[in-house]
Design a protein around this ligand. Structure first.
Ligand code: SF4
Length: 195
């Protein structure tokens, strides 16, 4: 890991928007995290989904045709960013990152910026614009499309800078904005100040 520009993962963007401390614990003060029921259930459901997804039509994504690629490790040396895409759909015109989520609610802002991070890497890796992506909601069997605009990508780049600044300076961040997030958090044993 470089001192002044740590390599980051796309999932760091999602985690940072969920709660900056999660990213802090992972990089600055690695601690054992508890595996929550939600995480285990999500992983099992995701494995089942991949089998189903291979047989599913692309209609749920509003696409007539395309080639699916699963569990794709993507990396950009210039961004210092990498990640594992659950799935990408490639057509003649475009490439779409897809993330599978085991959640009953609608996708949140952190999911949008996770897709934004994948878009930045794919654009760098493939040399083609990535303007839309999907969150596939496993319980609802539904896909939500997101516009991956320039504003989203700039915000992702700015957030990556903020994360690096936090890591390099070992700056302990504020707790999550909502205490409801702490209930499902694998780091709750380390955030005594929020309880
Ligand atoms: S317990 Fe709450 S404040 Fe602490 S890392 Fe988890 S979400 Fe953030």
């Amino acid at each position: 890991m470089e001192t002044n520009r740590p390599e980051l993962k796309v999932s760091d963007l999602k985690q940072y928007y969920y709660c900056p401390r999660v990213v802090y614990y992972q990089y600055v003060m690695p601690v054992d995290k508890a595996v929550t029921y939600k995480m285990e259930k999500g992983k099992a459901a995701q494995e089942d989904l991949e089998l189903l997804e291979r047989r599913r039509k692309l209609r749920v994504y509003g696409l007539a045709e395309g080639t699916r690629r699963f569990n794709w490790w993507v990396h950009s040396a210039s961004l210092g960013l990498s990640g594992k895409l659950d799935m990408a759909i490639e057509t003649d015109e475009a490439v779409y990152p897809v993330d599978f989520k085991f959640t009953r609610g609608r996708p949140h802002k952190n999911h949008l910026y996770q897709l934004g991070g994948y878009a930045l890497i794919l654009e760098d890796q493939l040399g083609r614009p990535v303007e839309k992506g999907f969150i596939y909601l496993i319980p609802q069997k539904d896909a939500v499309v997101f516009d991956l605009s320039e504003e989203v990508k700039v915000e992702c780049l700015n957030t990556l800078s903020r994360i690096r600044e936090m890591i390099v300076n070992e700056r302990f961040p504020q707790a999550a904005s909502s205490r409801a997030k702490c209930t499902d958090c694998e780091y709750q044993n380390y955030c005594r100040d929020v309880w």
